[in-house]
Design a protein around this ligand. Structure first.
Ligand SMILES: [Zn+2]
Ligand SMILES: [Zn+2]
Length: 269
C-alpha cells in the first residue's frame, strides 16, 4: 500500500500544504491544499475521498478538484464523511454561492460528486481496502480512519485531542504499520490547544500509552511558523515511540511484513 503525503501542515507556506493523503493513487484522505500538488492526470485517478471533518484545511481543495475533473467524463467521486460534515459542505460550499452545487452537476443522474454519510464504528469497503471509521475528538464533529488491505494498514487520527475511545478502538483492530497523529501546539500552549481540541506533545504521549502496542508514529499538522519548538518537545515527550515527522511530498510504502523504515520512504522529485 502506498501512502503519498500531498500535504500535512497546520497551515500554508511555500512548500507546505494542509492535510491530504493519496492512498494507492485512487483514495484520497482529506482534501486540503495538498491536493493542489497533483497533476490533472493524477487527479483523474481519484475515485473516493474520506473526509475527517469540515474544517477548511481538510476540505478546501475538494471544490477545485471537482472543477478540474468536470467535463472530462470522470465517474462520480464518492465522498465519505459524517452527516454533519456533509451538511456543512452542502450548506456552506456547494450552495451555488461559494461554489456551484457539484452534487447536481453536470447532471443529477451523473453528478461530479456523491456525498455518502458514514458513522463512527462503521466499516466500509473501498476497492481492495477496508475502512473503519474511528471516533475522534475535535472542536467540530470529527472522525479518524483505520485503512487496511491484505498488505498493510495505517490509521489517521484526523484532528484530535485527549480521549480514550480512539485508542480503545485501535486496540481492537489489526495492528497498524503506520499511525499518523496530529500535533499543532507546544505544551506551553495547552490552553489554546484545549480550546482548539488538538493534541500537544504531553497529551499525545499520555494517549499513546493507551495503545497495547507501539506502531511507527508519524506526526502531522505541525504549525508552519515556529515549528521548531513543537518538534523539540515531540522528540522529548514522545521519545519512547521514536516519532517521525510526516513529510509533504513523501511516499510511504506500507507493508505488514517489514515495518516501515526510512529506506522504504522516497521523497518526491
Ligand atoms: Zn480541524
Ligand atoms: Zn486541521
Amino acid at each position: 500500500m502506498e501512502l503519498r503525503v500531498l500535504g500535512c501542515s497546520g497551515g500554508i507556506a511555500s512548500g507546505q500544504a494542509t492535510t491530504a493523503f493519496l492512498v494507492d493513487k485512487t483514495l484520497l484522505v482529506d482534501a486540503g491544499t495538498g491536493v493542489g500538488n497533483l497533476l490533472p492526470q493524477e487527479m483523474s485517478k481519484i475515485d473516493s475521498i474520506l473526509l475527517t471533518h469540515s474544517h477548511l484545511d481538510h476540505i478546501s481543495h475538494l471544490p477545485f478538484l471537482l472543477n478540474t475533473l468536470i467535463g472530462t467524463g470522470h465517474p462520480t467521486i464518492q465522498v465519505y464523511a459524517l452527516k454533519e460534515t456533509l451538511e456543512a459542505l452542502q450548506d456552506h460550499i456547494f450552495n451555488n454561492i461559494i461554489w456551484p452545487d457539484f452534487t447536481q452537476l453536470p447532471s443529477i443522474a451523473t453528478p461530479s460528486v456523491k456525498l455518502n454519510a458514514i458513522e463512527v464504528g462503521q466499516t466500509i469497503s473501498i476497492g481492495d481496502k477496508q475502512v473503519v471509521v474511528l471516533p475522534a475528538f475535535h472542536s467540530v464533529p470529527s472522525v479518524g480512519y483505520w485503512v487496511g488491505n491484505d498488505q498493510a494498514a495505517f490509521a489517521f487520527s484526523g484532528d484530535c485531542s485527549e480521549n480514550d475511545v480512539f485508542w480503545e478502538t485501535l486496540n481492537n483492530l489489526p495492528p497498524v504499520d503506520m499511525l499518523i497523529v496530529d500535533n499543532q501546539y507546544t505544551d506551553e500552549e495547552k490552553a489554546i490547544s484545549a480550546l482548539a481540541k488538538h493534541y500537544y506533545p504531553v497529551s499525545l504521549a499520555k494517549d499513546l500509552q493507551k495503545l497495547t502496542y507501539q506502531p511507527p508514529v508519524y506526526i502531522s499538522h505541525l504549525p508552519t511558523v515556529n515549528a521548531d519548538a513543537v518538534i523539540t518537545e515531540i522528540y522529548c515527550d514522545l521519545a519512547p515511540w521514536s516519532p517521525k515527522l510526516l513529510k509533504t511530498g513523501a511516499r510511504y510504502q506500507l507493508s505488514a511484513k517489514d515495518n516501515l523504515s526510512d529506506a522504504q520512504m522516497s521523497a518526491e522529485s
